[in-house]
Design a protein around this ligand. Structure first.
Ligand SMILES: *[C@@H]1O[C@H](CO)[C@@H](O)[C@H](O)[C@H]1NC(C)=O
Length: 341
């Protein structure tokens, strides 16, 4: 090969590497480019200045985290939440009502399950609908405001598919508009349990298509409320603080779980098995749709979030499984429950 040719191939290679790199690292663009990517507009110059400053700080945090990412085993990325401080991101953290009273005494139908597969991915069994986006529900940011509806609906979509063989996307908005009983039941259960109770007493839930998500509290559409695409007959809690019990449940069906999603590392999670930092102040509801072991031998839960596909692994997160704390990572084993159909 002539030196001219090899120079040309070298340049071509550089071009491919550079374009691959810019695809892999979409976040390391400037604030203006990022604004264009996410269609972000600010009300005035001051707001833009302030957001730009926060953006720079987040990019720096993410960059320095990723330099040491090998130590942690997972990576962060500049996603659509990059102009929010972590404090703003967690504005709604008290919206999620965790069990604060005596542990539930519900039956656990999977207690005697012994043979669980080494890995499960309910997406591959056709029991998981595409990632949804709760948006800035009720003008709040991404933590729990409507998360409970998305968590409960995903678990219900799962058990419905397992029972009927049909995957139907069901309506979170119906829960948001029509389930007005839910929020203050205290000891009765977390918000996902309240959602299941509403669905049972309503005798079902309609489809996403019939009653689409708007992201604001609306008036209950009673025509659609009485239009039932699927129903459940009950719900049970997974015995608290046992990843072994959670494993039996998730091996059997998608399960609603509550987690502490308030940290910066969760805000910007991008890939790999998430290992914290996080606490156990439950402030977000998501759905465990599987589990497995990563290439480097780390066990994980496969978790479906409701923040769109630009967050995490196309909207999913792998969270470390079988950790030392009995509560599980970010409290994932503290308040899990599932519907029965
Ligand atoms: C599990 O096994 C025990 C002992 O055989 C039995 O008493 C219990 O009812 C079983 N639980 C379920 C949920 O089937």
């Amino acid at each position: 090969m002539s030196s001219g040719n090899s120079l040309a191939s070298f340049l071509l290679l550089c071009f491919f590497l550079a374009s691959a790199a810019s695809r892999l690292l979409p976040g390391y663009e400037n604030h203006e480019q990022w604004m264009a990517r996410y269609g972000r507009k600010y009300k005035d110059v001051e707001e833009k200045e302030r957001r730009s400053q926060i953006y720079q700080e987040n990019v720096q945090y993410i960059e320095s985290f990723n330099i040491n990412a090998m130590n942690k085993g997972y990576k962060l990325a500049v996603n659509e939440f990059a102009d929010l401080t972590n404090e703003e991101f967690i504005t709604t953290r008290n919206r999620f009502k965790a069990h604060e009273c005596s542990p539930s005494t519900s039956a656990f139908r999977y207690e005697n399950v012994t043979a669980v597969p080494t890995s499960v991915d309910w997406r591959k069994k056709g029991a998981v609908t595409p990632i949804k986006d709760q948006g800035q529900c009720g003008k709040q940011h991404k933590l729990c405001r409507c998360c409970w509806a998305f968590s409960a609906v995903a678990a219900m979509e799962g058990i419905t598919q397992l029972k009927t063989g049909k995957l139907v996307s069901l309506s979170e908005q119906e829960l948001v508009d029509c389930d007005t009983s839910g929020v203050d039941q205290g000891c009765e259960g977390g918000l996902m349990d309240n959602a299941f109770d509403f669905i049972i007493s309503n005798k079902g839930l309609t489809t996403e298509t019939n009653y689409p998500y708007t992201g604001v509290d609306g008036t209950c559409n009673s025509n659609e409320e009485s239009n039932h695409a699927a129903t459940i007959t009950g719900h049970e809690d997974v015995p608290a603080n046992s990843e072994t019990a959670l494993l039996k449940a998730v091996a059997s069906q998608p399960v609603s779980v509550a987690i502490d999603a308030s940290g910066s590392d969760f805000q910007f999670y991008s890939s790999g098995v998430f290992k914290g930092d996080c606490g156990t102040e439950l402030d977000h509801g998501v759905t465990a749709v599987g589990y497995g072991t990563s290439d480097d031998g780390t066990k994980y839960w496969l978790v479906k979030n409701s923040w769109g596909t630009s967050w995490g692994l196309e909207g999913y997160i792998m969270m470390q499984r079988d950790v030392e704390a009995k509560e599980g990572i970010c409290g994932i084993a503290m308040q899990a429950s599932y519907p029965i159909a």
